[in-house]
Design a protein around this ligand. Structure first.
Ligand code: SAH
Length: 208
């Protein structure tokens, strides 16, 4: 049953413009239902965001695919994710890069995602319970950084944690909307390009 829905979802993502076949195979490989509370599991392969508890959501598959595609990952990349949430986006990244460092500020979500990573044997993910806005200093520099909560701007601190030619993908709050932006660090400057309008939970300071 889930398999038919999964195939339909992959076709839908293609139609929506996701062209990178490695990204699509990662979405085919990772069981999204594992990251979703039981009462929503029958909707795991619908192209919608779903609640994961603690007032947070697992993003829509299209947005996960789009953000992953924008990161332009290589299998030797070291990636930082700010906002583990359910861990789904992170699991997708783990199939396409060498190592993912992921930070979550809600203890309960951090703990739950650790268990799923273990169950799925995703051994190239390293997780931390902290305010992700501090980055992961022991591991800098990163090839790629992804924010999965809406942020006002990229701080100088985070900017300094990415390599030259590195990419940051982030939902940015702009007036009354949020826009998905891809930043490339070129000659120590960020060059930005706007993509889809999105709706993410806010990036919050401190831990919970
Ligand atoms: N990538 C997730 C969805 C993200 S929801 C998934 O696939 O399920 C965004 C997450 O970012 C939430 O869990 C929220 O608690 C977390 N978050 C918000 N601000 C944060 C911060 N400053 N540091 C770390 N995590 C943060």
């Amino acid at each position: 049953m889930l398999d038919v829905r999964k195939i339909r979802l992959i076709l839908e993502l293609r139609e929506l413009g996701i062209a990178n076949s490695d990204v699509l195979s990662a979405l085919e490989t990772i069981p999204r239902e594992k990251f979703i509370p039981e009462n929503y599991r029958n909707q795991a392969y619908e192209n919608i965001a779903l609640p994961i508890g603690d007032n947070q959501t697992i993003s829509q598959p299209y947005i996960v695919a789009k953000m992953t595609e924008l990161l332009d990952l290589r299998n030797n990349h070291k990636v930082l994710e700010i906002g583990t949430g359910s861990g789904y986006q992170c699991a997708i990244l783990s199939k396409l890069a060498r190592r993912i460092y992921t930070i979550e500020r809600v203890k309960n979500l951090h703990d739950k995602s650790l268990n799923i990573f273990k169950e799925l044997k995703l051994t190239n993910i390293v997780s931390k319970y902290e305010d992700g806005n501090n980055g992961w200093v022991e591991q800098i520099p990163f090839d790629r950084i992804i924010f999965t909560a809406a942020t006002e701007n990229i701080s100088n601190k985070i900017f300094s944690h990415i390599k030259d030619d590195g990419i940051i993908v982030c939902p940015i709050v702009r007036d009354n909307r949020q826009v998905l932006i891809r930043y490339e660090k070129k000659n120590n400057k960020l060059v930005s390009k706007e993509f889809d309008d999105v709706l993410f939970v806010p990036n919050l300071k401190g831990i919970n």
